[in-house]
Design a binder for this molecule. Structure first.
Ligand code: F6P
Length: 350
């Protein structure tokens, strides 16, 4: 029996063999593992940390936390973690291990130093929790002989081979809360709000939020748009008596200010305001979905290490946790936006 179904607070979900405890019985060679969070933080990282620590301890392994991501790895910031170390973190956003962006991990010298520091600490398995750049670092370490498993964590949802990365669901909930508030004030003043979401070159947050908030438009890097057509539709909308409009713009397209200026140039009489959601999107108490995903990813990563696997990423595929080689994850090109999702936002928009 490979998969098992289970009813939970978020509906029916399916567990796969990589999540099952005692997937291998008896002795294993992985005695001491380390973990780090790297790149942009997101909600749910703490749930993954907790799951890695507690499942590894329950398998008799020692667990070492590396603070401040790859920078901490290069500078030797290692600390032994116990089950108590991860008490009370589940409901907290951010990461208890802190994070950093580390340029030196792109260099040969940095990678060699990382391997040497892991060896000196007698680490025989590493879990890297982070986004695209962090997974590149994990892959480089794997190529240098470190046993490593990646956990996708980034609000951008731009990582392939996982339907959802950690932190995306909470970020969407944050965005939706903010836009609902904006709609109240927009409709009191017949205003248009241009709302800028994060996501780097990925429009996932903007388009999903547009559907969930009833925004008129989602301007994303993956799909062309015509600003003149948008302005003429906005004009028509307000003349018909509608009292607000919301335009979501992904940061990879333009800034909210630039889009707002274009609308103002075209339609001077429609009042336009902007909201840049910025880092607010990354914080806050994780949603049930992200807590559960963090727990599942963490346990699956430890199981993979225990089975002596390396150079792979855990991911969610059709509600199952699956492992994919990092090489494939990182070399499969840009993650496309689902056409059906795009169509949904077009159909339900203006
Ligand atoms: O990758 C996550 C992310 O939040 C992006 O959406 C955003 O462009 C970037 O990180 C911001 O980076 P920083 O926190 O370094 O300003």
């Amino acid at each position: 029996m490979v998969n098992s179904k289970c009813a939970g607070s978020t509906g029916i979900f399916t567990f796969s063999i990589c999540e099952a405890g005692n997937a291998t019985t008896g002795r294993h060679d992985v005695k001491r593992i380390a973990l780090l969070t790297s790149g942009g933080d997101c909600s749910g990282m703490n749930a993954a940390i907790r799951a890695v620590v507690r499942s590894a301890l329950s398998e008799g392994m020692e667990v070492v936390g590396i603070t401040k991501g790859y920078r901490g790895l290069l500078e030797g910031h290692f600390e032994q973690l116990t089950t108590r170390s991860v008490s009370g973190i589940l409901q907290r956003g951010g990461t208890m291990l802190q994070s950093a962006r580390c340029q030196s991990m792109h260099d040969e010298a940095g990678q060699q130093q990382a391997v040497a520091n892991l060896k000196a600490q007698r680490i025989d398995g590493l879990v890297v929790i982070g986004g695209d750049g962090s997974l590149h670092g994990a892959h480089a370490l794997h190529n240098r002989g470190v046993r490593v498993i990646g956990i996708p964590a980034s609000i951008d949802n731009d990582i392939r081979f996982t339907d959802m990365s950690l932190g995306v669901d909470t970020a969407l909930n944050n965005i939706i809360y903010a836009v609902d508030c904006l709609k109240d004030t927009a409709s009191s003043h017949d205003r248009t709000f241009v709302v800028e979401t994060m996501g780097r070159n990925c429009g996932y947050l903007a388009v999903v939020a547009a559907v969930a908030c009833g925004a008129e438009y989602a301007l994303i890097p993956e799909a062309p748009f015509d600003i003149d057509e948008i302005c003429s539709n906005l004009n028509k909308r307000f003349r018909e008596g509608r009292d607000n409009a919301i335009i979501m713009v992904a940061e990879g397209v333009a800034s909210a200010q630039q889009i707002s200026d274009q609308i103002r140039n075209c339609l001077g009489d429609i009042e336009t305001r902007i909201m840049v959601l910025g880092h607010y999107q990354r914080g806050g108490s994780p949603s049930t979905f992200d807590r559960l995903l963090g727990a599942r990813f963490g346990v699956a990563a430890v199981n993979a290490l225990r089975q002596q696997r390396s150079g792979e990423m855990v991911g969610l595929s059709d509600s199952l946790i699956q492992l994919t080689p990092l090489f494939e994850v990182l070399n499969s090109g840009r993650r496309p936006i689902d056409e059906t999702l795009l169509n949904l936002s077009h159909t339900l928009g203006i």
